[in-house]
Each structure stands twice: as structure tokens, then as C-alpha cells.
Design a protein around this ligand. Structure first.
Ligand SMILES: [Zn+2]
Length: 310
């Protein structure tokens, strides 16, 4: 094309700039999960300790500079790909697929960190993709032979539930459940320390939160902390090395000097090792959270509610 500085050409450039600015404004908030994804990655590289506000800001800056690349993963105009609400065809109910599992769906109840039923939980049931459920069945069978059942707290989580968490986290005055789930943390740090994010792996349908139930004692196995405890005490490497399976008692990360004992660490390892043997991958911040490594919908965020399937 010939280079001509005609008034027409200037108008076109102006129009392009306006479109770009509008595009940026519309997609900016959708990029937050990408910033956080990169922040988490950097966090993983650096180690488990919480990242400082300055390093988070720098990571966000880097993410912005690479927004073109990041947006690729989020579809056209930076919008996350979302499957229509009714498209739950590839999901199964865990009560059917893993009949030995115990279900305790915390987000259907008021016993969770918010303190109310979470949006999108229409029935106290747990759904997963068929592939993830099949792997979980293998985990359950193996653990049952050792005298344990798995107890499911959450599995597929619709986007509206994640949105509910985000709204709750933004209201720093609502600390109803602080004594039970985050007594050592100021609620205002929940976003920056990545406890609450605008996207969750659970919405992709192949992630599950669970613990062990001991058939001999008829009690939940003592993991040295509760599901959804916000703090370094929930990290699989708290007081030990989960890869080597070695307890070391190092509790320096705990702001309140909390600790777990060798048996509690070993109990977390029983769950972790069974999950990893059957194709799940762990999360560095939550001992109860696992995602199928070969998940069938790595880029899809589902929106249909949690309820029994038709
Ligand atoms: Zn989880």
C-alpha cells in the first residue's frame, strides 16, 4: 500500500485508536485471571511464600505487556470461552459414578467461609466430567481397600458461584465466618494473596476438593486443618516436603505459629499420593484440591448450576 498522509488516513487511524481503547476497557477486567495465573506461576517458581504487593504489581505489568498472547487463551476480545448453561452432557453425578464417596457439599450449606448458600448450588450434589469421575472412582476403590472412604466437599463449580466469592471478598466488612476459616488473616488480603480469584479450575469440571474418612474410627481423618482454611497451614509443603513425603515440622510460614504433627502430614500424603497415582495433579496452596492432569476441557468455563443431572 502507498504511504499517503491524507485526512482520510488520519481519520482511519483515529478511529482505530478509539476502537482499541474501547476494546482495552472492555477486556481489562477479564484479564485479571491471566495476571493472577502468571503471578501464581511466578510464585511457584520463587517458592511458596506469599508474594509481595510490589512483585504482584510487576507481574501484572508484564502480563499487560503480553496481553495479546494472554488473550489468545481467552478467545475473541479477551472473553473467556463459556459453554452454554444447558451443556452438561459430558458430566456425571459423583453419587452415581463413585458410589462409595461421601458427599458433604459445603457450598450448598451455610457452613463455608461465606456463611450462606453459594449462588449456583441448587442441590447438594457433586458433578464432574466423566473422565475425571472415572479417575476418582479408581482413587476411591484403592482407598476403600485401605479402610478409607473419600469425602467430597466440592467438585464442578459454576462461574456464578465464583462470582459470589468475588463479591463476598470485595466486602471487607463481612467477616461472619472469620473465626472458623481465616482467623489469622485480614480479609483485605484475600485477593492479593490469591485466596480468592475471578476464575477457578473448578468451573472446568475436572477439579475436586476432598478429604478422607476412616472406616475404623467412623470419623474424618485428621488432616491438621479444615477444608477452605485460608493460610499457609493448608499448603501441602507446610511442615514437610510432600514430593519426598518427609515431615520436617517447619512451621515458620504460619503467622500465628500454628503447626501440624507428623501423623497429620502423613494423612495428607495418603490422600495426595492416591490422587496422583490416578492422574490428578495437586495445588501448592490447598491439600484438599486436585485437578485431573489430562482434563478434557482445559479452556472451557461452564455455567450450568449444580443440581442432579436430567
Ligand atoms: Zn478446590
Amino acid at each position: 500500500m502507498k504511504k499517503k498522509n491524507t485526512p482520510h488516513r488520519i481519520l482511519w487511524i483515529l478511529l482505530a485508536v478509539i476502537v482499541l481503547v474501547l476494546f482495552w476497557a472492555a477486556s481489562e477486567h477479564r484479564l485479571r485471571p491471566a495476571y493472577i495465573g502468571i503471578a501464581k506461576l511466578e510464585n511457584k517458581i520463587k517458592g511458596i511464600d506469599g508474594i509481595s504487593a510490589a512483585s504482584l504489581a510487576q507481574v501484572k505489568g508484564d502480563a499487560r505487556r503480553h496481553s495479546r498472547m494472554i488473550r489468545k487463551g481467552f478467545g475473541l476480545f479477551g472473553k473467556a470461552k463459556e459453554t452454554p448453561e444447558e451443556n452438561s452432557d459430558d458430566f456425571v453425578e459423583l453419587a452415581e459414578a463413585v458410589p462409595d464417596a461421601i458427599l458433604e457439599i459445603r457450598y450448598y450449606s451455610t457452613y463455608n467461609f461465606v456463611g450462606t448458600r453459594i449462588d449456583g448450588y441448587k442441590q447438594p450434589t457433586a458433578l464432574l466430567t466423566r473422565r475425571a469421575a472415572d479417575s476418582l472412582r479408581a482413587v476411591s476403590d484403592e482407598l476403600l481397600a485401605l479402610g478409607y472412604r473419600i469425602k467430597i466437599y466440592d467438585a464442578y463449580r459454576p462461574q456464578r458461584a465464583v462470582d459470589h466469592f468475588v463479591r463476598w471478598a470485595a466486602d471487607v466488612t463481612d467477616t461472619l465466618m472469620k473465626p472458623y476459616f481465616y482467623p489469622d488473616l485480614d480479609k483485605s488480603v484475600l485477593f492479593d494473596q490469591l485466596y480468592i480469584m475471578e476464575k477457578s479450575g473448578h468451573t472446568r469440571g475436572s477439579t475436586v476438593d476432598l478429604t478422607l474418612f476412616d472406616m475404623a474410627t467412623e470419623k474424618e481423618v485428621d488432616m491438621g486443618g479444615t477444608f477452605d482454611w485460608f493460610g499457609p497451614e493448608s499448603h501441602p509443603d507446610f511442615c514437610g516436603n510432600p514430593v519426598m513425603g518427609l515431615y520436617n515440622g517447619d512451621n515458620r510460614k504460619s503467622p500465628a505459629g500454628r503447626s501440624i504433627n507428623a501423623e497429620q502430614f502423613a494423612n495428607r500424603q495418603i490422600l495426595r499420593e492416591a490422587m496422583l497415582r490416578h492422574g490428578f495433579k495437586p495445588l501448592e496452596s490447598e491439600w484438599w484440591h486436585f485437578t485431573l492432569a489430562d482434563e478434557p476441557y482445559p479452556d472451557t468455563y461452564f455455567t450450568f448450576p449444580v443440581r442432579n443431572l436430567p
